[in-house]
Ligand binder design. Sequence first.
Ligand SMILES: [Zn+2]
Length: 343
Amino acid sequence: MSSDQLPNSSISATIDFNADGVQHGFLQLPYSSDRSAWGSIMIPICQIKHGHGPTALLTGGNHGDEYEGPTSLLKLANWLDETQVQGRVIIVPMMNQPAFEAGSRTSPIDAGNMNRAFPGHPCGTLTERIADYFNRILVPMCDYALDIHSGGKTLDLVPFAAAHRLENKTQEQTCINGALLFGAPYTLLMVDIDATQLYDTAVESQGKVFVTTELRGGGTTTPCSMAIADRGLQNFLKFTGIIAGEPDLPQATKLLEMKGASCYHVSQDQGVLELMVAIGEHVKHGDLLASVHNRHRTGAPASHYYAEMSGIVLGRRHAPLTEIGDVIMVLASVLGGAKDYQP
Ligand SMILES: [Zn+2]
């Protein structure tokens, strides 16, 4: 069944996407539960529109335990008005609202991971229905999309904006420019472990300009990570031309690249994790990165994990309790300053 043969989405918006001005409303997703027979999940949405111009779709809470995006987007929705906008800004601070409400990465209702649920389905689980609404309604309306992630409770990463390598080099260059102008301390050319069901891929496959971020993690925010998010949101809107002004770039961003699966260092043991290097540190191929200690008995030797490449520590497992298959460290290659970038 092609996407144009799919049934209509059961989600309805309480705002008018064609109306100028500021609107605060909801994406209403019917959900019949023990607690509320004819109830709905209400996903907050805000639109600021003024005249003709491009549309930017700004999202957070794709994963429910990442807080820079929702917090910064809630703030933006409260101060941005139509006099500052030429075009349209659509803000969804908590994409996976049930997961955000539970403070968990995935939805407590259907265990859905929003960023593994695309393109979604109008008759699927609640998470798949939200994904389908984005894929068929919101993303086609936009020219630019920014999805703010952080590491959540289990990961901590250096703060970066990222773009993917794309077949369309014109689209790729524009995405990379958007990531650079977000103005995070790091900018990453990104490779995902499995891109097939990502929101990122759904947006990019529709030819849109897409930027994503990781702005620290550990299931909290810091004053520094919030400042990066707040500044980055405004910088992104300046990059799109929807709000006026030049991006505020207080420092040169460091350009990083993930060249393949060898970036990811995966635990082959269960235990408690000890890290020898911190995020942002430079490591050489063969350096000791981490040990996993047997947590069930004394007298057992630890397992050691060594760098499979030289580079910078992009991210680390935040939660010390580690199972077989957990990513314990991610390394990235250093490409130098932004001026070094060649498409
Ligand atoms: Zn995330």
